[in-house]
Design a protein around this ligand. Structure first.
Ligand code: ADP
Length: 494
């Protein structure tokens, strides 16, 4: 036999209470009566009735107020209010509070059971609808969860098979995920690396310096060299609020191509040098062996100046290939400020001719650095000459040399033509000249490539900040000499 619905009656008037009990029981409902508010709460808590019939006043409190309190705890509970007389105000309260309805005399059995039945039916419908909605939402969530699981698998598969090495780190530098290419490159034991610090797992000096650089500068590229000849280009990308990603591409074949190209350029430059020297020699000799007319002298001058500019290009090329081949091993302790002062002295004429003002700022007690003084002079010369070359007449060039955190910082700022933002990296490439260089300003596009090679061979960094039409600032940061490193470095170089 199905369980019968329990109707809880909370009425002060005992005659009405009995009347209702009789009518409901006759219609096969179970009933319970609450004598006061405490009993009412207790019965609701323990039995959870199917419906509550509340007097308009019960135990000294308005039925409407009690009904609201009950609905706060049991929002779907059907509640009927019994009132002695019909009133518009009560109807309003019933609608506002979301109650099921009200009953008032004259009370016939049918009125009582009819109201209770209708309220229960409404509550059942509401319950059914709620259950259907919950089921529908759950099913859709389940569908979404399975979908994202399969999607996740798909992404995992793609991630694992990316040809470039990828490693994802959290904000503390702990490994979250790495793919097969990365694991193969560093011979990592797959999933066991998860949660470990990248510096613990990958012990490679180039990765260490990439991470070290990453702390100081935005978007970093770095070459990772392996003993077996492989070379990777690694990129460090911070991802705000999550951590960072290191990606690596194998560029060994590009490096090989580069080497072949360099060797080719070196051979050609080398072979050109002797004929050029002899052309220059003969231009000198021609004038000594007989008299020339004015036009012949002018033509000879043009030949000489053209040959000189080709010779300087060839010399720059040879210089660069020597630097790139790593032949620049000479190292001694130098005071960069002395080299800078010397360089500026010899450039005084250039400043004067272009009516440029020099603003010089050299820090006190600068530390020494270990380097090749001739190459460092070339570095300073090239950068300052560029500042002069690309400045407008009458402007100011500011040169500064400072030290900070065991580093020497050289900075040259001009108020010249500037460099387009998209070309800031490219200007350090061989032969690259920015798109805004005026036609009449000559150059080979090799000066900065030479500077970059010198900076690299001194374990330094170089970058430019520039605004078109306003000027450029070139920064060079070189490590200062630290005595404890000296013995190792000198052993290596000797
Ligand atoms: P170049 O012989 O053309 O001067 P560099 O290698 O020295 O070659 O410089 C490469 C390019 O970088 C230049 O052609 C020029 O476009 C740009 N550049 C270098 N220095 C400056 C500067 N101080 N101001 C503006 N542009 C510069």
């Amino acid at each position: 036999m199905p369980k019968r619905d329990l109707v809880l009656l909370a009425l002060d008037d005992s005659t009405i209470l009995q009347l209702m009990q009789r009518a409901l029981r006759a219609a096969s409902y179970e009933t319970a009566a609450a004598s006061d508010r405490t009993a009412l709460n207790m019965i609701i808590q323990e039995t959870v009735p199917a419906l509550i019939m509340l007097g308009e006043q019960f135990d000294g409190l308005p039925g409407g107020k009690l009904a609201r309190e009950i609905l706060e705890r049991f929002p779907t509970m059907p509640i009927l209010i019994y009132t002695e007389r019909e009133s518009l105000l009560l109807y309003k309260e019933i609608v506002q509070a979301g109650l099921s309805g009200c009953l008032y005399p004259p009370l016939r059995n049918d009125d009582i059971t009819g109201s209770v039945e209708r309220s229960l039916q409404r509550a059942r419908n509401l319950g059914d609808w709620l259950r259907r909605e919950v089921k529908r939402t759950t099913a859709s969530l389940e569908r979404r969860a399975t979908m994202s699981e399969s999607e996740l698998k798909r992404y995992e598969f793609i991630f694992a098979n990316i040809q470039d090495g990828v490693i994802i780190l959290d904000e503390d530098g702990r490994i979250q995920l790495s793919n097969r290419a990365m694991e193969l490159a560093f011979d990592l034991p797959g999933k066991q690396t998860r949660g470990k610090l990248v510096s613990e797992v990958i012990r490679h000096p180039d990765i260490d310096s990439l991470l070290k650089r990453a702390r100081d500068l935005p978007l970093k590229y770095h070459e990772i060299n392996f003993d077996d000849g492989r070379i990777y280009n690694a990129q460090y990308t911070p991802i705000g609020g999550f951590g960072s990603v290191i990606t690596m591409q194998d560029i060994s074949y590009l490096k090989q191509l580069d080497r072949m190209k360099n060797e080719f350029v070196h051979t050609i430059s080398h072979d050109l040098r002797s004929p050029l020297t002899s052309v220059l020699g003969y231009t000198e000799l021609i004038q000594r062996v007989g008299s020339l007319n004015g036009q012949q002298i002018e033509f000879l001058d043009r030949i000489r100046s053209s040959v000189e500019s080709i010779t300087s290009l060839v010399n720059e090329l040879l210089d660069l290939s020597r630097l790139e081949a790593g032949f620049d091993t000479r190292r001694e302790l130098v005071h960069l400020e002395n080299i800078l002062k010397f360089a500026l002295d010899t450039m005084e004429g250039q400043f004067k001719v272009n009516s440029l003002t020099l603003h010089l700022d050299i820090g006190k007690d600068l530390p020494e650095l270990r380097g090749n003084p001739i190459r460092l002079r070339q570095l300073l010369d090239n950068l300052i000459t560029n500042a002069v070359k690309y400045s407008s007449r009458g402007s100011t060039i500011s040169v500064s040399l400072q030290s900070e955190d065991n580093q020497i910082i050289f900075r040259v700022a001009d108020q010249g033509i500037g460099i387009p933002q998209s070309e800031h990296v490219r200007i350090f490439e061989k032969f690259y000249r920015a798109s805004n260089v005026p036609d009449q300003v000559g150059g080979s596009g090799l000066g900065l490539a030479i500077v970059k090679s010198i900076v690299d061979s001194h374990q330094g960094r170089i970058w430019v900040e520039s605004t078109m039409g306003k000027g450029s600032i070139f920064f060079v940061v070189l490590p200062a000499h630290s005595p404890d490193k000296f013995s190792v470095a000198s052993d290596l170089n000797n």
